[in-house]
Write a protein that binds this ligand. Structure first.
Ligand code: GDP
Length: 527
């Protein structure tokens, strides 16, 4: 028998879309996000998202970072409604704020939007973020931005996406001209042209056509562009990948959209297609099998913990991705790892600058829970029954620092802080074999700064960090590991579980070691 709750759940789940925007800094993530929020009427004027980026920070003072950037460091989700859909955009910070949290946040998304600058193509950070999404097999939608500028040839860009990222692509629309000669985009599926008007961003000028060979396009674009479009479309029809929803769903084919975020050109078309093609909240794996969103039992997992969100209260926020059931403020849930029931009385949801108190939420939504220090990344909360969601993936550190405590008398607190912050996932901790030096590994500089700040303010310990030259970490497994073989351009360390990890200065050193020791297996993360 379907109950009222079942009905409510299936309705709420089906209208939700939870996704992350992945891109290299400057590709246009802020601009696109802002336009999307404008469509949802969630912000009053353009510029609101921008201000969250604030000025570049040069200080390692965490509170300063907080103050300057307001919620941008810490906010995790922007929520808005559009034509009956409820949309959650997970915020993945830019390069200065890059950290393991960025990667973990991606695990809370059901799909991703990848923005590519048409002049630059696939850039380093896009590639890293893409790989994390790709490993999860979630659908990835591509928005090729800045068509109003002279960019690279669209075919070349598609080729690069396929070569560098290893995903097939299907252009949903195609530019007619580019840069100064940009005339519009031809929608291959709806057979219509969206005309480009640099001066009027509010008007979306859609013209139905009978196909790319419609004379109407010639009148709009002129003979040479009309001819070029015809040739390019024929080539795509013959040599391009056909649209295949199943492949999109598995993350094997990316639908590609062209546009110019700043000119609000191609944005609405993109949004509407995205909402149709992107999945509603998807199930998550647990030790007792898949947990489906429409399951009436409430459940969720913590994917990120943010310390010191509010300098006045020194609180922490644990970000929970709701997987199933309905969340009601004040409800009691099982905290599975500690085996206790807890009351979720202070959940907060984040929209632009404001912190709102949430009364209820549904699968796909993210709520911020007040955390007096009881949560860890990966924790499962369940309304009824004990099960655990699969552990969150770990990521290979790329930056390393040796750390020492300034005052030897504080060694005990130092050790406590080190253990707790490592357990929380703030940093990864290694010990050098033979020297017993403590080495921190991270994926982004911000993690070092947060570690330093929290050591000082939460544990009262001043530390000294010195950057090391290593760039790669490989967990090594083998019958017999000879530390002597890891002396040149590399360092042998142990992780917190006592497993051997080799740090390398460069790719060459890593390859050489791999070739010299075929009997040993190398893993980018703990096997
Ligand atoms: P983010 O770092 O990815 O968030 O990028 P921003 O949204 O801040 O954009 C970076 C720069 O590119 C800004 O100066 C934007 O104004 C500009 N920009 C964004 N979209 C477009 C576009 O469609 N065309 C042009 N010409 N510039 C754009």
């Amino acid at each position: 028998m379907t109950t009222k709750l079942d009905q409510e759940l299936s309705q709420e789940v089906s209208r939700r879309r939870t996704f992350a925007i992945i891109s290299h800094p400057d590709a246009g993530k802020t601009t696109l996000t802002e336009k999307l929020l404008l469509y949802g009427g969630a912000i009053r004027e353009a510029g609101s998202v921008k201000s969250r980026k604030a000025a570049k920070f040069a200080t390692s003072d965490w509170m300063e970072i907080e103050k300057q950037r307001g919620i941008s460091v810490t906010s995790s989700v922007l929520q808005f409604d559009y034509k009956g859909h409820r949309i959650n955009i997970l915020d993945t910070p830019g390069h200065q704020d890059f950290s393991e949290d960025t990667y973990r946040t991606l695990t809370a998304a059901d799909s991703a939007v990848m923005i590519i600058d048409s002049a630059k193509g696939v850039e380093a950070q896009t590639k890293k973020l893409f790989q994390v999404c790709s490993a999860r097999g979630i659908p990835i939608f591509t928005f090729i931005n800045k068509l109003d500028r002279e960019g690279r040839d669209p075919f070349e860009l598609l080729e690069e996406i396929e070569q560098v990222l290893g995903i097939r692509s299907h252009p949903m629309n195609w530019p007619i001209g580019m840069g100064r000669s940009l005339c519009g985009i031809y929608d291959r599926h709806k057979t219509q042209v969206e005309l480009f008007d640099e001066d009027d961003h509010d008007r979306i000028d859609l013209r139905p056509v009978s196909g790319y060979d419609d004379e109407v396009i010639m009148k709009m674009a002129g003979e040479s562009q009309f001819k070029q479009l015809g040739e390019e479309m024929e080539l795509l029809d013959v040599a391009g990948d056909p649209f295949d929803m199943e492949k999109v769903a598995k993350g094997e084919l990316t639908p590609v959209f062209f546009g110019s975020a700043i000119n609000n050109f191609g944005v609405q078309t993109f949004l509407e297609n995205f909402l149709t093609l992107a999945p509603a909240p998807t199930p998550r794996k647990s030790d007792k099998g898949d947990v489906t969103p429409t399951d009436s039992n409430f459940s969720g997992y913590v994917f990120k913990i943010q310390a010191n969100m509010n300098p006045a209260h020194r609180d922490r926020i644990a970000f929970l991705r709701i997987v199933s059931g309905k969340f009601d403020r004040g409800m009691s849930v099982r905290h599975v790892r500690v085996g206790k029931d807890i009351k979720l009385s202070q959940p907060q949801q984040f929209l632009a600058q404001d912190r709102d108190i949430v009364q209820s939420a549904y699968p796909g939504d993210i709520v911020g829970l007040f955390d007096p220090g009881i949560f860890r990344i990966g924790d499962t909360l369940s309304g009824k029954g004990e099960f655990r969601f699969d552990e969150l993936p770990t990521f290979s550190p790329e930056l390393f620092s040796k750390v020492t405590v300034k005052n030897a008398l504080k060694h005990k607190q130092y050790q406590k802080g080190l253990d707790q912050l490592a357990e929380e996932g703030t940093i990864q901790v290694f010990t050098s074999v033979g020297f017993e030096d403590i080495i921190l590994g991270v994926v982004g500089q911000l993690q070092f700064e947060v570690f330093d700040y929290r050591m000082k303010h939460e544990y009262g310990v001043d530390i000294q960090m010195s950057r090391m030259n290593y760039q790669f970490a490989r967990w090594i497994v083998g019958e017999r590991i000879d530390p002597g073989k890891f002396r040149i351009n590399s360092l042998l360390v142990k992780d917190s579980h006592g497993q051997y990890v080799a740090l390398f200065e460069n790719e060459y050193a890593m390859r050489t070691a791999m070739e010299k020791m075929p009997e040993i297996q190398f893993f980018a993360t703990a096997p």
